[in-house]
Structure formats: structure tokens, C-alpha cells
Design a protein around this ligand. Structure first.
Ligand code: M6R
Length: 606
């Protein structure tokens, strides 16, 4: 949450900062701001409520300095106003921050008592004042920064510039991501390398607890103890092609359509098509595991819930799925032989990362199923299981979700084989089933125009309920989450069998019910649920296959027909339908599909 980008030593700092902010908007878009050292030695600042476009509109005279900092905000402390927008200024210091300073209240009181005054409601401004005060006491900016950091509690990343130090950008990473980079004679800091791709040629993925001094001449890194440390630079990614919308209207639409390709790429990392086997993963031995804990947030946790059905059915391995924010605070009891799998697109989600650390501290083997190879989770877990979705820009997760499912399905087969529940023939049967997913997804996407037409009407529903059974129950939860987060329609997912235990009371005429009803062993049960809601006046949309469509014809208001799909491939393919439905409803409602209100892509605060 919140995006930071900083540069030192570029011919046109503001151009790079504003361009970088646009790449970081996925992290928050409540307000944006920039501060640049001007040639006269002063720091000039511009801020605006709203997106980066509003900031650009607010800049009347172009900036002309070579160093500066910039920020796009997801509001935590204080409303999304210009006054609360970063950078915050105190004396000589301008500072940007991502995360939360948990002890900001006593610090603010302390500073107020010393006669300092505040112009925002943010926790960030406290840090700017602390640094300015420290610079009055010690002349060395590095020492001043380290002294300030020792006073702060919470999880954050920050960056600052100081009047009189025109080439210097200070930074620190304490629980939120930050990279340092260099290229074209300049130095950079950013929340995500994507902000400076094309400018940076080499990048240092800073470690937890690092502080950094960036100058055009080089990057100095200090560890938690304040001593210099060597962090190796790696080549920075050269292209941002995947971060462009191409011919699509929204990133979400592009990402939905990328799924056959990226799911195929992810599967290729796990499946050996020639031998019909799942590739063994270094360090993963499901024979040695007696229980698998799966932890994630939002969509990632729903991927985990789907995988629970698969692991238990294919391998007999007991699985417990938890939401990270609950898991980490409920003193979980561990069993001998527990392993914990953390699912995250970003690999930076604060609650999931802390849950991982909690498990590590308890001696539990940790596996990170992540899409960002340089993320904190990827670095800290014992074992990394990658998804290869590429950068996901739309706040609503789509391709990351199906890539997570593809990888989880492969791991479930591996577990089944390693634990002696699946012989080689059964294993290769599952591998063949999974290998068919990309082309089945491509075929499923052909319902696009039907979904578009259906969405016009669904956009008027007051409530939309999603129902499913077995692995389609968590998919119902995911469908409801997708719809509510981008269309703002109240949507809930339920296990179809649970409906009569309460939710059915919601049914009336302007309630729509989306039922995910493949023609599988539970079809007859799901069909009964359809009858129950229909009898009470709901408009029912069935997501089904050919056989299901033939039986449901005339019984539901609309059918979205997917190709016939068996086994674990079925919920992965059906995911495309719930994604398209949410997408088109949001388009018809005219909401901001890629950057829905109040949300951010990377949730690095609690
Ligand atoms: O980066 P992560 O996968 O850890 O993110 C977890 C959730 O914040 C994320 O899936 C969120 O629920 C999405 N907005 C859902 O579309």
C-alpha cells in the first residue's frame, strides 16, 4: 500500500518520478505528491488529492531539478486530502512513507510539546519532524536517519530528501518493500522495480531492516545494526511490455485474457508432459508432512480453500486453511510434522508475511506460493513454489488466482503420488487433465459477449448471491468478492447446501443468484438449491457445462455454458466465467475497474 519512487541525479527528475508514480498507482490512488530539489537549492513540492493525473494537472510550472521523491497514497491515518498527501515537510526534510508508524501518537505529543506544529493528520509527518530535529543534533544524515529509525514502531518503508543535500536520497525498509537501483548515472529508490524499469539497469532488493543512502555516485546500504552491508545488485528487468494494456480497455480484461498463456506457463513449471509426472520440487516431501496449513488473504485464501478439497481427496493429507489476519493472532497450535503453505500474488501482504514468520519461528517448514520472485515471502520461506502470471496490475486478482490454482493442483497430485495414493497411471491421468486447461480456458472465454449482455441486467441487482458445492464453493466466494470489489454490488458466496440455514431469507425479486453448477457428482444437489431459490422469486444464472445446460434449460433465467471439463481443471476453467461476469457488470456500472474505490493491490499494512 502506497507507492514510493525516488531519484537522484537524473536530468529530469520530475519526469521520472511522475512516470514512476503511474506505474505504482496499483498500490494506492487516494492522493499523489512530488518534491524535487530545484537548482536554487530549495525543495519544491506539489501534491493533490486523487490520482497521479490530478497531481499532473496541479503542476503549473514544470519542475527542473535532478533529485526528488514522490508518493501515491492509500490512506491510513487521515482522509485522502491534499493536506494529508505525501511528501510531508518539516524544516529541511521532505519525506514519503508506506506503512504505519504505530507509536506516532506519543511521538507527536513529544514533538508538539517541543513547539513543533503539524499540518496533517498523518503518522508520516511525525517522522519528517523527527528527522529534521535529529539533523539539528547530528550533522551526518545517515546517523540522523538511524537515530530516527530506532524510535519508530510498526511496519513501513520510507524515503526522504534534505534541503542542502541536493544529491542525497535516504531510505529505509522495515516491513514494507523497497528496492534501490542505479542506471544512466542516477540512483533510485522504489516500492517496486516496475516504477523505474527502463531507467534502472541494476537493482538491489533491500533486505528487511536495511537503511540506504542513494546518490548518483552510488548506493550505500546499512543493516539493522547500522553497520555497512554488501547487498548484491542484479540486472534490472528491461521491459515493461507486460504492464501495458495493449488493445484491452482495462488491465483486468487483459489479465483475464492472458490466462490461457500464463496458466500454461505455470503448469509447465510443475508438469513434465513427456513423462506424465509432476516435477519434484526441491525440499518438498509430502511423505514427511502430517498436516498442511494453508494461509493467505482474499483471493489467495480462496485458492487455498479450493486446494484443500484437492489435497485431501488426492493425498489424504489433512489440510487446514486460514485467513492470515486471523491465523497470526490466534496463537495457532502446531502439530509435529506440520508444514505451512503461504499463498500470495505480491509476496508482500503484511498479514500473510507475518503468519509466515510466525510459522518459521515455531520451526514449521514454510512454503511460499508467490508470483513475485523477489518478494519478502519468496526470500524468507524455506521453499518457494512460483506462479508465473507476470505482473498483475488490476486490483481485482484474476490471472494470479488461476495460476495459484494451477500450481496447487500440481502440488496436490505430487502429494498424492508421494504419499502412495496415486499410482503412476493415476498421476499421468491428472497431468493430462491439467495440461488441457489452457485450451479449455481459451474456449471458455468465448462466452465473453453473452456475459456482456447478461451483465447489463445484473448491474441492477441489489444483492447477488453466489452458490457452489465442493471446490466450487470457494469459487463462489471468489465470484462474490470479484463482483463486490469492482462493481460495489453487495455480493456473498455460500455453500449451496448452507443456503437454507439462513441466507435464503435474503431472496426476493431483485436478488440475483449465480449458481456454479457443473454436471458432476453433486449436480442433482445443486439443482435442488436452484429450485429452492427460484421458488422464492430469485433470478438464477447458472454457470455450467453442456450436460448441465441441457438439464437446466427452462429452469433458470440464464445459462453461461462452459466447455465440458473434468476434475481439478473444472474450477480453474469456471473461474473465467465469474471473472468476466464481475468485469462486465463493473463496466456497465461505469466504475473504475482497475482501481476500485478504497482498495489497493498490495496490502502491506495490517
Ligand atoms: O498479494 P496477495 O495475493 O497476498 O493479496 C491478497 C489479497 O489482498 C488479494 O487477493 C485481494 O483480495 C484482491 N483484491 C482480490 O481480487
Amino acid at each position: 500500500m502506497c507507492g514510493i519512487v525516488c531519484v537522484s541525479g537524473s536530468i529530469d527528475a520530475a519526469l521520472i518520478l511522475l512516470r514512476g508514480l503511474k506505474q505504482l498507482e496499483y498500490r494506492g490512488y487516494d492522493s499523489a505528491g512530488i518534491a524535487v530539489h530545484e537548482p536554487d537549492g530549495a525543495i519544491r513540492r506539489a501534491r493533490a488529492a486523487g490520482k497521479v493525473a490530478a497531481l499532473e494537472a496541479a503542476i503549473s510550472t514544470p519542475f527542473c531539478g535532478t533529485s526528488g521523491i514522490a508518493h501515491t497514497r492509500w490512506a491510513t491515518h487521515g482522509a485522502p486530502t491534499e493536506a494529508n498527501a505525501h511528501p510531508h515537510r518539516a524544516g529541511r526534510v521532505c519525506l514519503v512513507h508506506n506503512g504505519i508508524i504505530e507509536n506516532f501518537s506519543p511521538l507527536r505529543k513529544e514533538l508538539l510539546a517541543e513547539g513543533r506544529s503539524f499540518s496533517s493528520e498523518t503518522d508520516t509527518e511525525v517522522v519528517a519532524h523527527l528527522l529534521d530535529r535529529e539533523l539539528d543534533l547530528v550533522s551526518d544524515p545517515k546517523v540522523a536517519l538511524l537515530n530516527v529509525l530506532s524510535r519508530l514502531e510498526g511496519a513501513f518503508a520510507l524515503a526522504a530528501i534534505i534541503e542542502g543535500e541536493p544529491d542525497l536520497v535516504l531510505g529505509a525498509r522495515r516491513g514494507a518493500p523497497l528496492v534501490a537501483a542505479s542506471g544512466k548515472g542516477a540512483g533510485f529508490l522504489a516500492s517496486d522495480i516496475m516504477a523505474i524499469t527502463g531507467e534502472a539497469t541494476s537493482v538491489i532488493y533491500l533486505e528487511e531492516g536495511d537503511s540506504v543512502l542513494v546518490r548518483p555516485s552510488g548506493i550505500e546500504v546499512y543493516g539493522l545494526d547500522g553497520l555497512p552491508v554488501v547487498r548484491h545488485a542484479v540486472p534490472a528487468p528491461a521491459s515493461m511490455a507486460q504492464a501495458e494494456k495493449g488493445n484491452h480497455r482495462h488491465f483486468m480484461q487483459k489479465e483475464i485474457y492472458e490466462q490461457p498463456e500464463v496458466v500454461g506457463r505455470t503448469l509447465a513449471a510443475y508438469l513434465d508432459a513427456a513423462s506424465g509426472c509432476i516435477r519434484a520440487r526441491d525440499g518438498v516431501d509430502f511423505r514427511a508432512i502430517t498436516r498442511l496449513l494453508i494461509v493467505g488473504c482474499g483471493t489467495a485464501s480462496y485458492a487455498g480453500q479450493i486446494a484443500e478439497y484437492w489435497f485431501e481427496a488426492l493425498s489424504g493429507l489433512p489440510v487446514k486453511v486460514d485467513i492470515a489476519s486471523e491465523f497470526r493472532y490466534r496463537n495457532p497450535a502446531f502439530l509435529k510434522g506440520d508444514a505451512a503453505l503461504f499463498i500470495s500474488q505480491s509476496g508482500e501482504t503484511a498479514d500473510t508475511l507475518e503468519a509466515l514468520r510466525l510459522c518459521k519461528a515455531a520451526g514449521v517448514t514454510t512454503i511460499a506460493l508467490v508470483n513475485s520472485p523477489h518478494s519478502a515471502m519468496a526470500r524468507e520461506a524455506d521453499i518457494v513454489a512460483p506462479t508465473l502470471a507476470g505482473p498483475e496490475i488490476g486490483v481485482a486478482s484474476t490471472k494470479a488466482f488461476t495460476c495459484q490454482l494451477a500450481a496447487l493442483a500440481a502440488l496436490a497430485v505430487l502429494a498424492g503420488h508421494q504419499r502412495g495414493c496415486l499410482d503412476s497411471e493415476a498421476q499421468s491421468g491428472h497431468v493430462a487433465n491439467l495440461l488441457a486447461i489452457p485450451s479449455l480456458m481459451g474456449a471458455a472465454l468465448k462466452i465473453d459477449q453473452e456475459v456482456d449482455a447478461l451483465a447489463t441486467e445484473l448491474a441492477n441487482a441489489s444483492i447477488v448471491l453466489y452458490l457452489g458445492r465442493n471446490a466450487f464453493f470457494p469459487l463462489a466466494l471468489e465470484g462474490a468478492l470479484k463482483l463486490k470489489e469492482i462493481s460495489y454490488i453487495h455480493a456473498e458466496g455460500y455453500a449451496a447446501g448452507e443456503l437454507k440455514h439462513g441466507p435464503i431469507a435474503l431472496i426476493e425479486e431483485d436478488v440475483a443468484v449465480v449458481v456454479i453448477a457443473p454436471h458432476d457428482a453433486l449436480f442433482a444437489k445443486t439443482r435442488s438449491s436452484i429450485q429452492e431459490v427460484r421458488a422464492r422469486g430469485a433470478r438464477v444464472i447458472a454457470i455450467t457445462d453442456n450436460a448441465g445446460a441441457a438439464e437446466l434449460e427452462g429452469e433458470v433465467s440464464a445459462i453461461l455454458k462452459l466447455p465440458d471439463v473434468q476434475g481439478m481443471a473444472a474450477p480453474i476453467v469456471a473461474a473465467t466465467a465469474v471473472q468476466l461476469l464481475a468485469y462486465y457488470v463493473a463496466v456497465h456500472k461505469g466504475t473504475d475497474v482497475d482501481q476500485p474505490r478504497n482498495l489497493a493491490k498490495s496490502v502491506t499494512v495490517e
